[in-house]
Design a protein around this ligand. Structure first.
Ligand code: G1P
Ligand code: ZN
Length: 543
């Protein structure tokens, strides 16, 4: 075994987006592409001697090869110990949990989250820091700068490590420890939630369907929901992580988890449905005939936080991404705590949680979590709901409708226009930005604009400023239209249009969501010249 210095030249476009570097598998397979990015990670982190690093991924195609490369490069950069999930598997929340529990210096997560997998699909790599959360922008920008100046990378020429056997091996001076991917995470969940109450619920005949979408949450859900909580075998479906996620799109929303929705709408629907995404950090909560919007789920969890033993002492604050509905703000107000509004992406929540300013965090994109780790956590949200259902003895439907009756309903929807011509999308955003100063105070349909801006966030902890985080048109009654470009897509541009309207009166809480938002949808189209500029008649996906 020896450490090699391999000459290389920079690749364009290795700038991490909302959640790490995501590209087509074929791009990652180019010789030196992964190596260059990993070299840039190590250059940014500085000398690695004595450090522990966590490595794992969602099991998608190229996961194992990437891990072997990363291990050989970690050894070349003097990392002392690498903790790797068996089979190369670690969900994103499990990486965060393992980093924190074992006092690791950081972790490398191999995932493109909910993006499709397989040889034609997407791959991704993300660095998480010591607190278990995604690296903040100043670190990812430094990584990008390093990718642009590389002349060589360093790698051991050791042979491959057996990723499937628990135990310890070495590459150069580095110890590689293959760990059970589920154990640490399961132990943490058992401390946060009332497992006895949930066991009693299942023992009483409560029925659930958890759809792991052939992705990484399968082994976790099976071990915890069926193994520890006693749900009948078969409660967790599609639980084998597959390299191509069975050809599906592992994104837990009503469109991509249509099979779960069909079960929950069927005549023999179980009491509770849930799904998680490729890397296990997203969740969808479903009752009989009702998919709970993620924004409502966050608000409901916040309003009921104290039912779970881990949150019995109450919550210090809530944080939501700017496009997420304002349902949680109303709960925060009633609890007398702050609801922080951050840019899109989990990395902005880390400082708030580290400073104990926020206990619960959420995004409209099916992401919910708490300060137990520094990533969003799909199974955590599902276990929270199970704890809530067990504690209250009510159905999902009853809980949601009672919440609306108490706080009002925030009708909410996101319209995605995927793989749009990038210059058309940029042009639309630029034109919209130029119109913003003239919009404030103007009537738009039956609404009046009270604020129109491009969201700027100043981190209350470290004072860092993030600009251009989404165009907001806020109406006098609190209704909102938000436009932003996705930072996770791999093809052209994806325009996200977020729509929200508040309805206090319970007599109007049973409208169809798109119907309830129809005027805002029409306004958004005309203000942004959306159809005209993109040439699209309708969104690719509506959630
Ligand atoms: C999307 C979601 C965002 C989430 C991210 C990673 O990012 O909108 O909320 O944090 O995936 O899961 P986007 O593609 O919008 O940049
Ligand atoms: Zn994910």
């Amino acid at each position: 075994m020896s450490i090699q210095t391999v000459p290389t030249t920079p690749f364009a476009g290795q700038r991490p987006g909302t959640s790490g570097l995501r590209k087509k598998v074929t791009e990652f397979q180019q010789p030196g592409y992964l190596e260059n990015f990993v070299e840039a990670i190590f250059l940014t982190l500085g000398e690695g001697r004595g450090r522990t690093l966590v490595v794992g991924g969602d099991g998608r195609f190229f996961n194992r090869e990437a891990i072997q490369t990363i291990l050989r490069m970690a050894a070349a950069h003097g990392v002392a110990r690498c903790l790797v999930g068996r089979g190369g598997i670690l969900s994103t929340p499990a990486v965060s949990c393992v980093i924190r529990k074992h006092g690791a210096f950081g972790g490398i997560v191999l995932s493109a989250s909910h993006n499709p997998g397989g040889p034609e699909g997407d791959f991704g790599i993300k660095y998480n820091i010591e607190n278990g959360g995604p690296a903040p922008e100043k670190i990812t920008e430094a990584m990008f700068a390093n990718t642009q100046a590389l002349v060589s990378y360093h790698i051991s020429d050791a042979g491959p490590v057996d990723l499937d056997q628990l135990g310890t091996t070495r590459i150069e001076d580095m110890v590689v420890e293959i760990i059970d991917p589920v154990a640490d995470y399961a132990e943490l969940m058992a401390r946060l939630f009332d497992f006895n109450a949930i066991r009693t619920l299942f023992a009483g005949g409560f029925r659930m369907r958890f759809d792991a979408m052939h992705a990484v949450s399968g082994p976790y859900a099976k071990a915890i929901i069926e193994g520890m909580l006693g749900a009948p075998a078969g409660t967790v479906v599609n639980c084998e992580p597959l390299e191509d996620f069975g050809g599906g799109h592992p994104d837990p929303n009503p469109v991509n988890a249509a099979d779960l929705i069909a079960h929950m709408n069927g005549p023999d629907a179980p009491d509770f449905g849930a799904a998680s995404d490729g890397d296990g950090d997203r969740n969808m909560i479903v009752g009989r005939g009702l998919a709970v919007t993620p924004s409502d789920s966050l608000a409901i969890i916040a309003a009921n936080a104290t039912v779970a033993p881990g949150y019995a002492g109450g919550i210090t604050g809530i944080a939501r991404s700017m496009p997420t509905s304002q349902a949680a703000d109303r709960v925060a107000e009633s609890l007398g705590i702050t609801c922080f509004e951050t840019p899109t992406g989990w990395k902005y929540f880390g400082n708030l949680m580290d400073a104990n300013l926020a206990t619960l965090c959420g995004e409209e994109s099916y992401g919910t979590g708490s300060h137990h780790i520094r990533e969003k956590d799909g199974l955590w949200a599902v276990l929270f709901w199970l704890n809530l259902l067990a504690a209250r003895g009510k159905s999902v439907n009853e809980i949601v409708r009672e919440h609306w009756a108490r706080f009002g309903r925030n009708y909410y929807s996101r319209h995605d226009y995927e793989a749009v011509d990038a210059s058309a999308a940029d042009g639309m955003m630029a034109a919209l930005r130029a119109r913003l100063p003239a919009l404030a105070g103007q009537p738009l349909g039956s609404f009046r604009v009270s604020l129109a801006d491009d969201f700027v966030y100043t981190d209350p902890v470290d004072g860092s400023v993030a600009t251009r985080q989404g165009i907001r048109i806020i109406m006098a009654d609190g209704s909102r239209i938000v436009f932003r470009l996705s930072g996770t897509g791999t093809e052209g541009a994806t325009i996200r249009l977020y729509l929200e309207r508040y309805e206090a009166d319970p007599a109007h809480h049973e409208l169809d969501t798109q119907q309830a938002l129809s005027e805002l949808i029409a306004i958004a189209d005309s203000v942004a010249e959306l159809r005209q500029r993109t040439g699209r008649e309708s969104p690719t996906v509506i959630t």
